[in-house]
Write a protein that binds this ligand. Structure first.
Ligand code: HEC
Length: 265
């Protein structure tokens, strides 16, 4: 459990950048502020190309959006509904119960707009990649303008230190100060990468806190149970020893002790 995941290098051989994640470790919990800001980055930047089909707008309410904020966000997207009384499908604004509306209607459209590459769904991306949190964190900071001499970039690709093979179709999505948060602040690239990874890690495992707190309760329960069994064992064995003393092979000694008033009868 305590092995540092930073020890694992990316496939390209360059060691990944690492950050302190509040959700790591057995007592780890999510940082609500970071997740909310990460969500804002997702909707304003990544969501232009990537879907998150496992998430619904109402999930945002669990993690710090007010219901009105989430409703307003959802209403900015359209989903197909129907059929209506005339048997026709129609578009309506998305509601809390709808899944995140994907940027492209299907994979072909997504590839067509992205030089033939498919922007993967980000619902569980931090679980789908080895050392996923540090990997995505590094990937977003891994773009290099200067391409090493021995590398010839394929058309439409960008050089990224941490992407396996180093040539990625995704253009650098974040540069720092890309998104203005609710309180009017902006942050640098490193901090933005941290926020979006917090959001993606929560999306990939929203039940993490419940799982960890159950784990801690189970451990406490086992420790308590061990203590009780130990006390019980001592009681039973002390009784057995006493029986041996009073009625077993040491009975003579017991009688003698009794006579000497060393033992209560
Ligand atoms: C302009 C479109 C576009 C935007 C905006 C964009 N991406 Fe991508 N992304 C892509 C494409 C295309 C790929 C596939 C790249 C490839 O296969 O070479 C990709 C791949 C990825 C991958 C997978 C890398 C891998 O190991 O396979 C991750 C993770 C990712 N993007 C995260 C993000 C995040 C986080 C954001 C927002 C900060 C973002 N992307 C914004 C187009 C985009």
């Amino acid at each position: 459990m305590s092995l540092p995941s930073s020890a694992i290098a990316s496939e390209g051989g360059v060691a990944l950048k690492t950050a302190k994640w509040s959700f790591d470790g057995i007592f780890g919990t999510f940082d609500r502020t970071a997740i909310k800001r990460g969500g804002q980055i997702f909707f304003q930047v990544c969501g232009g190309c990537h879907s998150m089909e496992l998430m619904s707008y109402r999930n945002l309410v669990d993690i710090g959006w007010t219901e009105d904020e989430a409703k307003e966000l959802a209403a900015g997207y359209e989903v197909q509904d129907g059929p209506n009384e005339e048997g026709e499908m129609f578009m309506r604004p998305a509601r809390l119960s709808d899944r995140f509306v994907p940027p492209f209607p299907n994979e072909k459209a997504a590839r067509y707009s992205n030089g033939g590459a498919y922007p993967p769904d980000l619902s569980v991306i931090t679980k789908a990649r080895a050392n996923g949190t540090n990997y995505v964190y590094s990937l977003l900071q891994g773009y290099k303008e200067e391409v090493p001499e021995h590398v010839e970039l394929a058309e439409g690709t960008n050089y990224n230190e941490f992407f396996p093979g180093n040539q990625i179709f995704m253009a650098q999505p974040l540069y720092g100060e890309d998104v203005e948060f609710a309180d009017g602040t902006t942050v640098d690239l490193e901090q933005e990468a941290k926020y979006i990874v917090n959001f993606l890690a929560w999306a990939a495992e929203p039940e993490l806190e419940a799982r960890k707190s159950l784990g801690i309760k189970v451990m406490l329960y086992l420790i308590l149970l061990t203590g009780m069994f130990y006390a019980l064992k001592r009681r039973i064995w002390s009784r057995l020893c006493l029986d041996e003393y009073t009625h077993g092979p040491y009975e003579e000694q017991y009688q003698k002790d009794l006579d000497d008033h060393k033992m209560p009868s």
